[in-house]
Write a protein that binds this ligand. Structure first.
Ligand code: FES
Ligand code: FES
Length: 165
């Protein structure tokens, strides 16, 4: 066992884990954050994507020891902080646009898609279709045929640009 210090969605945690345990499993089993999904388990599908120190990574390929000292954002950390008790939680504009535009169907790929979109729009606030396709190239979806996902990203870009102006 190794003790790793990891900041997940803004909260610093000290976890005792096997050094080669996958970050994906650390998140799901030790941090009890099951929003991050496992698809292929081999770095091919992006279902397990999270942001680590601001970079998009496939958490199934990251050993726990490599995440020591890192700051990780998962799908649970994307939405604005929890609403006051009794009030409905708010979705992040990217989540809202996926919801409204059919960008999510079965939902397995969706957390990774949302994180990849977050990363993309940080870099390109008004992305071209080519930039969207490239930004999401590492994320596979078996349900939507991708067009609705691309449209959701375009709507999210518009919504975020409106908010920031
Ligand atoms: S589960 Fe990690 S890339 Fe597919
Ligand atoms: S919505 Fe089912 S895999 Fe993408």
């Amino acid at each position: 066992m190794s003790t790793i210090q990891i900041t997940i969605n803004g909260t610093s945690q000290s976890l005792d884990v096997p050094p080669m345990k996958r970050l994906l499993d650390v998140l799901r089993e030790d941090a009890h954050l099951t929003g991050t999904k496992e698809g292929c388990g081999e770095g091919e599908c992006g279902a397990c994507a999270v942001l680590m120190n601001g970079e998009l990574v496939n958490s199934c390929l990251v050993p726990a020891l490599h995440a020591d000292g890192a700051s990780v954002c998962t799908i649970e950390g994307v939405a604005p902080s929890a609403a006051a008790e009794g009030e409905p939680a708010h979705l992040h504009p990217i989540q809202q646009c996926f919801f409204e535009n059919g960008g999510a169907q079965c939902g397995i790929c969706t957390p990774g898609m949302i994180l990849a979109t977050h990363h993309l729009l940080d870099k390109y606030p008004n992305p071209t279709l080519e930039q969207i396709k490239e930004g999401l190239a590492g994320n596979l979806c078996r349900c939507t045929g991708y067009m609705r996902i691309f449209e959701s990203v375009q709507k999210a870009a518009q919504a975020l640009t409106t908010i920031s102006t």
